[in-house]
Design a protein around this ligand. Structure first.
Ligand SMILES: Nc1ncnc2c1ncn2[C@@H]1O[C@H](COP(=O)(O)OP(=O)(O)OP(=O)(O)O)[C@@H](O)[C@H]1O
Ligand SMILES: [Mg+2]
Length: 257
């Protein structure tokens, strides 16, 4: 993987996003550091996936700007946005695999169509990735034969196949057992330290977050509540942040407040 040359990988500047009349994100100011792993934590519906879609130019902000790898997405012509997307790896929350292709073909797809690599090189790389996610034996199956967690892992391998400068993983471990989750976390950590790549990982899994995060951003109801190093955020006095980290319901009898 190539090292990013920008100290800030993604810069969200005063970003608002509305879907129709509904405000989904409010004045998001967030600088995601390059060469590290940032975990995005927040309750369901907080706007985490939407923020990731903005970062890769799938959505446009209603207000504000998004700068990814030094490019202001609003000013980028379509052809250049396509070029930039080749440097970004995305594993979507639902896996978003091609149903008619096998596991192998799904992971090989970006290598063939985007990077136009030769078959021999593709095979070596795909086999290695399938091995890393523990699905080599399933390589000839189509996604409908896989469990939800297995599909997720294939999505992760496909995102990593292009060796992105910036990798986005939306809930890479949700629905997985704790041992498989730990192996995905270990894979993310290994790749991060090996290549100094920038990762943005959305997760509900506090254990995963603790394992992989350098920085943590906490989003709630479309507002950025907290951003900082893992220890800064873990020590946050914000009630919502503490509730998320300790997995205690807000205002419940278990709550320290
Ligand atoms: N295409 C859309 N049109 C209208 N509203 C949307 C759309 N996509 C998402 N939303 C709304 O935006 C809000 C944020 O959704 P988002 O998917 O970003 O949340 P999330 O933090 O990723 O949640 P989860 O943890 O459940 O995946 C939700 O209220 C959702 O209903
Ligand atoms: Mg989501």
């Amino acid at each position: 993987m190539k090292k990013s040359h920008f100290p800030i990988a993604i810069d969200f500047r005063h970003v608002d996003l509305h879907f129709g009349k509904k405000q989904i994100l409010s004045d998001i100011n967030l600088q995601i550091p390059a060469g590290q792993t940032t975990v995005l934590l927040g309750p369901s519906g907080a706007g985490k996936s939407t923020l990731m879609h903005l970062a890769i130019g799938l959505l446009k902000p209603t207000k504000g700007e998004v700068v990814a790898l030094g490019y202001n997405l609003a000013e980028l012509p379509a052809a250049e946005l396509k070029g930039l997307r080749r440097r970004l790896g995305m594993a979507f929350q639902d896996g978003a695999l091609f149903g008619s292709m096998t596991v192998y073909e799904n992971v090989a797809f970006p290598l063939k169509k985007v990077l136009r690599k030769k078959n021999k090189e593709i095979k070596e790389q795909v086999d290695q990735l399938l091995d890393a996610i523990g699905l080599y034996e399933m390589r000839h199956q189509t996604p409908d034969k896989l469990s939800g967690g297995q599909r997720k892992r294939v999505g992760l391998a496909r995102a990593l196949a292009i060796e992105p400068e910036l990798g986005f993983f939306d809930e890479p471990t949700s629905g997985l057992d704790s041992i498989t989750s730990a192996s995905i976390d270990a894979l993310i950590q290994k790749l991060q330290s090996q290549y100094d790549v920038t990762f943005v990982v959305i997760t509900h899994d506090v254990q995963s977050a603790a394992a992989i995060a350098d920085h943590v951003a906490v989003l709630d109801h479309g507002v950025l509540l907290e951003f900082g190093s893992k220890s800064e955020v873990w020590n946050s006095t914000n009630e919502v942040v503490q509730a998320l980290i300790t997995r205690q319901p807000l205002g419940g009898s278990q709550s320290p407040h």
